[in-house]
Design a protein around this ligand. Structure first.
Ligand SMILES: Nc1ncnc2c1ncn2[C@@H]1O[C@H](COP(=O)(O)OP(=O)(O)O)[C@@H](O)[C@H]1O
Ligand SMILES: [Mg+2]
Length: 241
């Protein structure tokens, strides 16, 4: 029961953005990908989700023993792969409540009520999707919709960007409950703020210019990277100083 990326290369507009990434995520594991702006984090998640704006130009994506490299995104969604976008689009004329009801009908919604409380989305359920939402509201609504799908694999793109401290706590609690259900999680973060609130992260991968240049436990990677920055921090990690 795994997701496996095998020497994955991803092209955007004929430019290779991901340059050979290999990664293995088991059931119930949380993997975090950190890296500077433009290093390819969102591109990597888009490729795993099968979004058409990116193209796999080498390697493969294996999910639960099945090669899904060329599978369309809606088929991947049926297998239980879900993406929470970095910047969800505003959708006028569709309320968060409408999407929640549609999802509840499709996936069942045993913990809808507790989930609306955990992520405090009650107050904007009747508003148009993401229209005029604050940074924290957007991220909470996006994670809420992802969790309603009860995914096998959750791809979370910067859930902590542009989010206030209270929202980060709520998002972290929801992510923990997702992991406790056995969902595999790949969480991308630029600031790293959410990592302080997560009790168990299996591995942190440092992505620079489309390559994973370092992977280790958060205790090893985070203090160095977030104290010294990506460039200097990596020199220390790789040099073992
Ligand atoms: N639609 C696109 N057209 C052209 N270049 C793109 C597009 N999307 C992403 N890129 C480029 O791919 C690189 C990686 O982007 P991205 O995956 O968004 O990085 P990150 O999420 O790590 O900040 C950047 O250089 C970015 O400009
Ligand atoms: Mg990004």
């Amino acid at each position: 029961m795994t997701l496996e990326l095998v020497n994955l290369r991803v092209c955007v507009e004929d430019r290779e953005v991901i340059k050979g990434v290999s990664l293995r995520v088991e059931r119930g594991e949380v993997h975090v990908v950190v890296g500077p702006n433009g290093s390819g984090k969102s591109t990597l998640l888009s490729a795993i989700m099968g979004l058409r704006k990116v193209k796999v130009c080498g390697g493969s994506i294996i999910f639960e023993g099945r090669d899904i490299t060329d599978m369309p995104s809606y088929e991947r969604a049926k297998l239980g792969i879900a993406l929470a976008h970095q910047n969800p689009p505003e959708i006028k004329g569709v309320r968060l409540l409408d999407v929640m009801n549609a999802m509840a009908k499709k996936y069942g919604c045993s913990d809808c009520t507790s989930l609306t409380k955990t992520l405090l989305v009650d107050s904007f359920l009747s508003r148009n999707l993401f229209v005029g939402f604050s940074g924290g509201e957007k991220k909470r609504a996006e994670l809420f919709l992802l969790m309603l799908q009860n995914p096998e694999l959750a791809l979370l793109d910067e859930p902590d960007s542009g989010v206030d401290v209270e929202s980060i706590g709520m998002l972290a609690r929801a992510i923990e409950s997702l992991r406790n259900r056995g969902t595999r999680i790949i969480l991308v973060t630029h600031t790293g703020a959410i990592m302080e609130k997560l009790s168990r992260i299996n591995k942190v991968h440092v992505l620079i210019d489309g390559r994973i240049v370092y992977s280790d436990s958060p205790d090893v990677v985070l203090p160095v990277i977030f104290k010294l920055g990506f460039k200097k921090g990596l020199e220390v990690l790789v040099g073992g100083v």
